[in-house]
Design a protein around this ligand. Structure first.
Ligand code: 13P
Length: 255
């Protein structure tokens, strides 16, 4: 975490919670984080709960983001949601390229380049996910994999726009496994990501927020946020429970 980058704590609810459960979460969570300053907080519920989350968080200083979107303005894409539909709701962020989307829904880098472009054009903050499998890490291919994803997915972004992008490093072997990357391992790859962005985009890379994701919980948040290049976290399972997520949001600022 560096002073020029405001920390971002985002909850990715994946395919959990109905509308009543979303409302109940917000009713429990918001009082627990009221008055917390110096950090951005974003909830990313399932698409059908976006409106409920937006209504429940209005005026509370908590953003709401989508978990995916299509790149086209509209069209014959059954089941998909267009950027302008999310914009009309009032969504501020959109997660793109989550490993579960890449793995189970065949989201590829060519589509992601268009999605990142569409997100910026719609005025959203894209939270672009990248990360390696355990096999890739053990084969020493972490940087090749992550670097390749970033090169491809940010192909349509200009240096001046880069600070509007947030990157989330999520090693696939740490997602939902309880096996968090150690803060040092996470820092190492996040620092690599920033170097890679600096090579291509120059000084704008120092203003990009880079998050860590993968088994983040109340017990490890403080150690992660102490790392110099980790500007926040993308939290799955631990963002579903109000007390636990509030403690993550209330991470202790390093002195
Ligand atoms: P967990 O926090 O459940 O490991 O999930 C991480 C993740 O995929 C967030 O996008």
């Amino acid at each position: 975490m560096a002073p020029e980058r405001r920390p971002l704590i985002a909850g990715n609810w994946k395919m959990y919670k109905t509308r009543p459960e979303t409302a109940a979460f917000c009713a429990a969570f918001l009082p627990l984080v009221a008055g917390v300053e110096g950090r951005d907080v974003v909830l990313c519920p399932p698409a059908v709960c976006l409106e409920t989350a937006l209504a429940a968080t209005r005026g509370a200083g908590v953003g709401v983001g989508a978990q995916t979107m299509h790149f086209a303005a509209e069209g014959a894409y059954t089941g998909e949601i267009a950027p302008r539909m999310l914009a009309e709701l009032g969504v501020s962020h959109v997660i793109l390229g989550h490993s579960e989307r890449r793995q189970y829904f065949a989201e590829n880098d060519a589509d992601l380049a268009r999605k990142v472009r569409a997100a910026l054009d719609a005025g959203f903050t894209p939270i672009l996910c990248c990360g390696e499998t355990l096999e890739e890490r053990e084969a020493g291919r972490t940087e090749a994999k992550v670097g390749g994803q970033l090169d491809a997915d940010l192909a349509e972004v200009d240096p001046a726009e880069l600070p509007a992008v947030t990157v989330a490093y999520e090693p696939i072997w740490a997602i939902g496994t309880g096996r968090t990357a150690t803060p040092e391992t996470a820092q190492e790859t996040v620092a690599f990501i920033r170097r890679r962005l600096r090579e291509r985009f120059g000084a704008a890379a120092d203003r990009v927020r880079i998050l860590y994701g993968g088994s983040v919980k109340a017990a490890n948040i403080d150690a992660l946020m102490v790392q110099p290049d980790i500007d926040g976290v993308l939290v799955g399972g631990a963002s579903l429970e109000a007390q636990e997520f509030a403690r993550i949001v209330r991470f202790v600022e390093p002195a």
